[in-house]
Design a protein around this ligand. Structure first.
Ligand code: OGA
Ligand code: MN
Length: 273
């Protein structure tokens, strides 16, 4: 197995493994270590079966259910992330970390590219360790003690799900809301990471939305500074694994008229501290 860092703000490519087959404990350990170091691992050309995708996920963690979209019939832990040719909204098309409105958000998400547009449909990732480390000291002092309130139903993120929720077989759910530290300590690396995002964070505990807004706007602008961001260009059958505890991601909606289908598994996480 070879691990080739992207050279950018985060990410590494992993080659020399076949994810259709089980990995040894040693390789699984090496994958986890590389993932913790690089935040995103990209495995080119791994058009795994659903069973192998789920098996690989299970070696890394516990597959979790996503509240808003029903999974595949035979593999309920796998959801389709898709935009059809006639649709305008892309699922999750805003900077976010996955389902932070839950009390225990998933530690990881995994996508396999099943059907890609001829061009476009990249995904950006931003490194929240770096965003924290380089936050101006006065802002660090302001936000470190704060608890963020995260909601599933803010207007911009709700719009990104609208085409999928319109599908007839999707459950209707009420909104979710969580309270998490604005700056969390990663349970495995011990590093601090910014843990607010424009998709879900509405305000801070003990502060009004109006008083929270200028602080949040400053963080939202800072946390996706170009030098914290790396952009993944998908190729057919590519599999990516990312760490929701220390990054944000943003799928780019630049392929209207074309279909894009990914399969996703999220891995359960613990309560952010
Ligand atoms: C997700 C998501 C990214 C993409 O599945 O959580 O944000 O590139 N998708 O589709
Ligand atoms: Mn997402």
């Amino acid at each position: 197995m070879e691990i080739q860092p992207t050279g950018g703000a985060l990410g590494a490519y992993v080659t020399g493994v076949d994810l259709e087959t089980p990995q040894s404990n040693e390789i699984t350990r090496a994958i986890r270590d590389a993932w913790l170091e690089h935040l995103v691992l990209v495995f080119p050309n791994q058009p795994v079966s659903e069973a192998a995708f789920l098996a690989f996920a299970t070696t890394l963690g516990q597959p979790a259910r996503y509240p808003f979209v029903t999974g595949l019939n035979e593999y309920p832990e796998i959801i389709e992330v898709k935009k059809l040719a006639h649709e305008k909204n892309n699922f999750g098309g805003i900077w976010h970390s996955d389902t932070v409105y839950l009390d225990e958000p998933p530690m990881a998400s995994m996508l396999v590219a099943r059907d890609l547009p001829p061009a476009g449909g990249d995904t950006e990732f931003a490194n929240m360790y770096r965003a924290w480390d380089e936050l101006p000291a006065d802002l660090q002092t302001v936000i470190e003690p704060l608890t963020a309130i995260n909601r599933s139903d803010l207007a911009d993120v709700s719009k990104t799900r609208s085409d999928r929720l319109a599908d007839a077989d999707q459950p209707k759910r009420e909104a979710f809301r969580s309270e998490h530290p604005a700056v969390r300590t990663h349970p495995e690396t011990g590093r601090k990471a910014l843990y607010v995002n424009v998709a879900h964070t509405s305000h801070f505990v003990g502060m009004s939305e109006a008083d929270s807004r200028p602080i949040l706007e400053a963080i939202f602008a800072h946390q996706v500074r170009p030098d914290f961001v790396w952009r993944l260009q998908w190729t057919a059958g590519m599999l990516a694994l990312w760490d929701n505890r220390c990054l944000l991601h943003n799928p780019i909606n630049d392929y209207d008229g074309h279909r894009r289908v990914m399969h996703r598994i999220t891995l359960a996480g613990d309560r952010p501290l």
